[in-house]
Ligand binder design. Structure first.
Ligand code: NAD
Length: 474
């Protein structure tokens, strides 16, 4: 059982695919060796989900779905500290942040449980004597594929609405961070869902992810990850006209105007840029600052950064942990070299600070140009660029000149002006005088190449439904 990490049709199996060591990024030690799913097991998981969709009452029993989601939320709450510890062990994120992920996950499960209760079927009597009913139905078998930066939370963002709407699921965590979903699957198993409603397959893009994307019995792909992978998945889905939701990369700007309260703005900027080591799709990686306060902002920001507490993610006062893996650390370092080669000035950071663990100090670049790769490409780590601007239109232009459109932040005391600027920014989420908070009832997703569709809120539920019109004559 200890070696059985693949969950198909209500039973645990030993994976017959690759063997992979799961690494603790804070000390580079092996936490556990996982036997991942084979292609054949992935197909079996899809078949189990198809069978459960067709032959159990799951899709047609909202009361049961509601009860299951509420029970899962309660179980997660009872085990919250264990889940936070697992998440920190596996990702290296500070324990305080893992606790937030767990409580946000619980909230999301409860939100979609309540949402099921509130769904009504639209019914209309027509003048021709017929009655029309508009019904929201589940799509079928959904493959849920998530990345490593918020393994539990991003998984729940998909799982809760998918199950609430009555779909059956094959879930694939990132190969780097499977631990919290293995643990969650144990909770799901203890609730006793109809076999096949939820299946867990572990593994990387090939063969497990690709099998999920291309198998004809999977009717919906809900993917969070890199834009390059998302583009490939979108192409595959086009072939079978599969439903698809894509939550992809970003290069989000933070616009700081000269009427902002600088001291609190600096704290927000640090949080916006370096929360979760900067490994956040919406991380504010481009800081645009109005010229009059540019130099004082740089002074305050760099001073505060020098005292940032980087280290043991289990220590209560740690503000930043290690990056996820050695290869990701190398990728981020390569971008720092690219920035230097492009002629940007590294004001601070970008150094490894421990012998063991993938720690990197936050890197701040100034004197950058809009066409530099470090300004245009997603680095997905603790690297930011600073750019001055003179007036609103220049800020809007700089903010929008990227292929991405995930999020943006605006700091100004003039809310009217800030809202006007928010209206011009091409991004799915805009925070004015704050950053990062996801609200479970508000949509989350990207414009442009940051994605297709929205998660959370009613939109996140609709993404897992089909609409059917039934017209009834006497
Ligand atoms: P990734 O695209 O490499 O992998 C994401 C997931 O897809 C993993 O589970 C991976 O195993 C799987 N995968 C990889 N290739 C696949 C394929 N060909 N078919 C099917 N599945 C495949 O991304 P990552 O490095 O794990 O995550 C970082 C990226 O995720 C960043 O670009 C970040 O911006 C993005 N992200 C977006 C959001 C959002 O809400 N928009 C949130 C978090 C992360």
């Amino acid at each position: 059982m200890a070696q059985d990490h693949v969950y198909i049709n209500g039973k645990w199996y030993k994976g017959e695919g690759e063997k992979r060591a799961v690494i603790n990024p804070s000390n580079e030690e092996v936490i556990i060796e996982i036997n991942e799913a084979s292609q054949q097991q992935t197909v079996e998981a899809i078949q189990a989900a198809r069978h459960a969709f067709q032959y159990t009452d799951w899709p047609s029993n909202p009361a049961r779905r509601m009860a299951v989601l509420r029970q899962l939320a309660d179980l997660l709450e009872q085990n919250a500290e264990t889940f936070a510890a697992i998440e920190t062990l596996n990702t290296g994120k500070p324990i305080r942040e893992s606790r937030l992920d767990v409580s946000d996950s619980i909230q999301c499960l409860r939100y979609y449980a309540d949402f099921v209760e509130q769904r009504t079927i639209e019914e209309k009597k027509r003048t021709d004597g017929t009655t029309s009913k508009v019904i929201e139905e589940p799509i079928g078998v959904c493959a849920l594929i998530v990345p490593w930066n918020f393994p539990l939370l991003l998984g729940i963002w998909k799982l809760a609405p998918a199950l609430a709407a009555g779909n059956t699921v094959v879930f694939k965590p990132s190969e780097l961070t499977p631990l919290s979903f293995i643990e969650l699957t144990k909770l799901i198993d203890s609730i006793g869902l109809p076999p096949g409603v939820f299946n867990l397959v572990l593994g990387s893009g090939s063969p497990v992810g690709e099998t999920l994307v291309t198998h004809p019995d999977v009717e919906k792909i809900s993917f969070t990850g890199g834009t390059k992978t998302g583009r490939w998945i979108y192409e595959q889905c086009a072939r079978g006209l599969k439903r698809v939701s894509l939550e992809l990369g970003g290069k989000s700007p933070l616009l700081i105007f000269d009427d902002a309260d600088l001291t609190s703005t600096v704290e927000w900027a640090l949080f916006a840029s370096f929360f979760n080591q900067g490994e956040v799709c919406v991380a504010a990686s481009r800081i645009l600052v109005q010229r009059r306060v540019y130099n004082s902002l740089i002074d305050q920001l760099t001073q505060r950064l020098a005292s940032l507490r980087i280290g043991d993610p289990f220590a209560e006062n740690t503000e930043m942990g290690p990056l996820i893996s050695s290869s990701h650390l190398e990728k981020v370092e390569t971008y720092i070299q690219i920035g230097l080669q492009e002629g940007a000035v590294l004001l601070q950071g970008g150094e490894r600070i421990k012998e063991r663990g993938y720690y990197l100090t936050p890197a701040v670049f100034a004197h950058v140009r809009q066409d530099m790769r470090i300004v245009q490409e997603e680095i997905f780590g603790p690297v930011i660029t600073l750019q001055p601007f003179e007036h609103d239109n220049e800020a809007i232009g700089l903010a929008n000149e990227t292929i991405y459109g995930l999020a943006a932040g605006i700091f100004s005391r003039n809310l009217e002006r800030a809202e006007q600027i928010a209206g011009k920014l091409r991004a799915g989420t805009i925070w004015i005088n704050s950053y990062h908070t996801p609200y479970v009832d508000a949509p989350w997703g990207g414009m442009k190449q940051s994605g297709i569709g929205r998660e959370l809120g009613p939109q996140g539920f609709a993404a897992f439904t089909e609409t059917k019109h039934v017209n009834i004559s006497q």
